[in-house]
Design a binder for this molecule. Structure first.
Ligand code: TEU
Ligand code: CA
Length: 564
């Protein structure tokens, strides 16, 4: 087992817009992060992943970049960035930035030039096609953000491809000159001293030749179809990433994590294999996509624990010794994990701690999304007009046309899975706007900030925050947390998720009750326990050493024992 800093470290994801505002404009900024470095250090995290901070018109909150080497003015200046990087490095925290190169903003100079004429030297930095025979979009692919993936440009009569919003034109990775521009930009950031990149939808950069339509029978009520078979982990994606590794990544001691939607575990091994010279790890989506109904995330359905076990067991087992797992249950695109996978009412504290125990005892690198460490929950705005995320707003426009969902149905889907659930401002204290801003927050603060906030959690020795600090301290002492081999037990149990972790001669037993009812753990014969097992951590007070043969686990109870 090759030890690496990015395997043993814990990553804390900061969504700058919602983290901490220091100049009262209601928008989080870099100086706000600088002020919170002591908080991050005390939490015990090792690496920060910063969502995009580059110049952008903010159509998709910074995932539409108009200049890759300038800082978004609302976030601050390049010298603020350099100060942040220095302050983080001073306290031993590394900084990983967000690389968004499947697409740029339509306000990027490259695109402004590209759309001027078919003869522009920048024309094939992007993906342009003439109208179809019927004089419509070149194919029937649906954008991730509703509607067509193509936008007509009047100047030249051609359409350009945008898998996301129309202000996010896809870059043409077939073009070597474009790839070289990207690699030059990456070198520029590495030479400034950053420690890695999270790579946005990096497995979408290679599209199938000819950009064929999906079968007509797959078109939905909106008249479009999922085109993923023609661009998810496409034909040349590994060639491009290997080239990126050769040209850039291999020259620095840096960490990379690819955001690879719909990636399979077999591809996960190809992307993260130690000797593949591609990426260190990927974000897979199978586990966060459970519980999706007829219109995906917008129509949530109940999910079963055995489904989550099957998925995570597959990834833990397949990548052991062959690659490396990222470990997350929420981020800026996902609902809050305590709401989706735990219980955000009666058992919020217990279930938040249980989920943290889960993520920090699997094999891989855990990611903490800002606010997760204090058990921040989904926000249940009473109507759709309170939401800002263009994925939600575009879907709302779509159902007004197609009537495929009522507004009430969409609202209840957004309550469960909408991205703004994760984007409400960080809750620092119980003062106005949770201490996030003295101005008007860009997105309303979750009203439960009066009881759920950092200040309250810091004073409570039994808080979720202090439990995270214990977990992170344990990780620094016990390599088994990161490297121990995972072995699932009781696979069919619908309440208890139990597994062992083994590293050399040491074995831990992890018991998690994923339900709101008591659950009886009965130790399988094959699990051998030394005469005096040691309790490592628990989220309830635990009576003195019971025999481990039978344990009645309380709702959302978590226990970790050293059993050999
Ligand atoms: O997300 C990619 C992506 O697939 C998301 O659209 C996500 O899967 C979906 O919203 C869940 O329903 C990345 C970024 O993380 C996201 O914030 C950007 O909006 C998107 O790419 C485009 O850059
Ligand atoms: Ca601000």
């Amino acid at each position: 087992m090759e030890r690496k800093w990015w395997k043993e470290g814990v990553v804390y994801q900061i969504y700058p817009r919602s983290f901490y505002d220091t100049n009262g404009d209601g928008i989080g900024d870099l100086r706000g992060i600088i002020e919170k470095v002591p908080y991050l250090k005390e939490l015990g995290i090792d690496i920060i992943w910063l969502n995009p901070i580059y110049a952008s018109p903010n159509d998709d909150n910074g995932y539409d970049i108009s200049h890759y080497q300038e800082i978004l003015k609302e976030f601050g200046t390049m010298s603020d960035f350099e100060e942040l990087l220095e302050k983080l490095h001073e306290v031993g925290i590394k900084l990983v930035m967000d690389l968004v190169v499947n697409h740029s903003s339509d306000e990027h100079p490259w695109f402004v030039e590209s759309k001027k004429s078919k003869a522009s030297p920048y024309r094939d930095y992007y993906i342009w096609r003439g109208p179809s025979e019927e004089g419509k979009e070149p194919n029937n692919w649906r954008s991730f953000f509703s509607g067509s993936s193509w936008q007509l440009d009047e100047t030249t009569g051609d359409y350009y491809l945008h898998l996301f919003s129309k202000k996010q034109p896809d870059l043409n990775w077939e073009n070597k000159k474009l790839r070289e521009e990207i690699y030059r930009m990456m070198h520029w950031w590495f030479e400034k001293g950053i420690d890695g990149f999270r790579m946005d939808v990096i497995n979408l950069i290679s599209k199938v030749e000819g950009l064929p339509s999906a079968p007509k029978e797959e078109e939905g009520p909106d008249g479009y179809a999922w085109g993923g078979n023609y661009f998810v982990t496409g034909p040349k994606v590994h060639d491009y990433i290997k080239e990126m590794n050769r040209e850039v990544l291999s020259k620095y001691d840096v960490m990379t994590v690819g955001e690879t939607c719909d990636v399979t575990v077999e591809e996960g091994i190809l992307f993260t294999g130690e000797n593949r010279k591609e990426l260190n790890m990927v974000f897979q989506f199978e586990h966060v996509n459970i519980g999706q109904g007829r219109e995906g995330k917008w129509t949530p359905i109940p999910w079963k624990l055995t489904e989550l076990k099957r998925i995570m067991d597959k990834w833990q087992t397949a990548l052991h010794g062959k690659g490396w797992n990222s470990l997350y249950l929420n981020n800026h695109d996902q609902p809050r994990q305590v709401s989706k996978f735990g219980n955000d009412t009666v058992y919020r504290k217990e279930s938040a701690k249980m989920l943290a125990t889960y993520l920090h005892t699997l094999e891989g690198t855990p990611y903490i999304y800002q606010g997760e460490e204090i058990g921040m929950t989904n926000v249940y705005f009473e109507d759709l007009s309170h939401y800002k995320d263009l994925e939600i707003l575009n879907k709302w426009e779509e159902i007004k046309r197609t009537k495929s969902l009522t507004e009430e149905e969409l609202l209840s889907g957004v309550h469960v899975n909408g991205r703004d659930n994760a984007r409400t401002p960080m809750q620092w204290n119980a003062s106005l706007n949770a201490g996030f801003t003295t101005g008007v927050p860009w997105l309303e603060v979750n009203p439960n900030y009066t009881t759920i906030n950092v200040e309250e959690a810091s004073k409570d020795s039994n808080s979720i925050l202090n439990y995270y600090k214990q977990l992170l301290a344990l990780r620094k002492k016990h390599l088994i947390m990161a490297y121990g081999q995972y072995h699932l037990i009781l696979p069919e149990h619908e309440q208890i998720y139990a597994y062992t972790k083994t590293l050399e001669s040491e074995t831990w037993l992890v018991l998690l009750n994923f339900s709101g009812e008591e659950a009886l753990f009965q130790k399988p014969e094959e699990i051998e326990v030394v005469s005096s097992p040691q309790l490592i951590i628990a989220n309830y007070p635990v009576e003195q050493m019971p025999d481990l043969n039978t344990i009645a686990l309380k709702p959302y109870e978590a226990r970790v024992y050293k059993i050999s």
